[in-house]
Design a protein around this ligand. Sequence first.
Ligand SMILES: *Cc1c(COP(=O)(O)O)cnc(C)c1O
Length: 231
Amino acid sequence: MTIKNNIEDVLENIKKCANNSSRNPEDIGLIAVTKTIDVDIIKEAIGYGITDIGENKVQELIRKYEEIGPAVKWHLIGHLQRNKVKYIIDKVDFIHSLDSYRLGKEINKRAKQIERTIECLVQVNVSGEDTKFGVSVGELKELLNELSTLNNIKVVGLMTMAPHVEDKEETRKYFKALKDLSDEMAKLNFENVEMKYLSMGMSNDFEVAVEEGANLVRVGSKIFGKRDYSK
Ligand SMILES: *Cc1c(COP(=O)(O)O)cnc(C)c1O
C-alpha cells in the first residue's frame, strides 16, 4: 500500500511541476529505479502501473530480468563496462550511460550480432566532479559525431546526475545546462542522433529536473524507501 501511495505522490509531483513549466505531464516518463529491491516488490510496483525499470548493475539487471522478463522496459542507468555489454544486449531497451566511443563500438557490435538497434542516451558529466562518469561537456559534440556512424545504436538523448546537495535548488543549474546542451546538439543535426530524451532527476531533485525540461526521471527511494545495501 505504501508503494502505491509513493508512486501516486511522485506522479502527482511530476504533474505539478510539469504544469508549472507549461508542459504536458504525459510527456514525462517515470523510471522506477529498483536497485537492491526484491523482485516481489518490483512486481507489486508493476501492478500499480510502473512500466519502466531502471537498474544500475548488470548482474542485478540480468537476475531480475530472468524473473520479470520483457513485460516492462529495462533501462541500464549505471556505468557499463565493455566486457559486460554482451550479457545485457538482448535485455535492455535503453542504455543511459553511454559515455565513450569505445563503449559505443562494443554496444554496436553486440547489437549487430543480434540484429537489433539499441536506443542509447549519452551521459554527460555536467558538474565536472571527478567522481562522476560521463563525457565532459567539452567533448560531447565530438562524441556524438563519432557515435553517429554506428548503425546499430541510436542516440536518443542525454542523461546526467546532479551533485548530491542539501538544497535541491542548487541542482537547477546543472539541469538547465543539460537542457541547453541538448538544444545546442539538436541544432547540429548529426545523422542518427536525436535529442528526444533528457534523463535527469532522482528522488531528491526530480521536481527541479522536470521544471527544467526532464522527460525521463529516475526515481528509486521515493518509491521503494531507503535502500538496504547489506543484502
Ligand atoms: C540509484 C540511482 C537513481 C535513483 O536514486 P534515488 O535517489 O533513490 O531516487 C537514479 N539514477 C541512477 C543512475 C542511480 O544509480
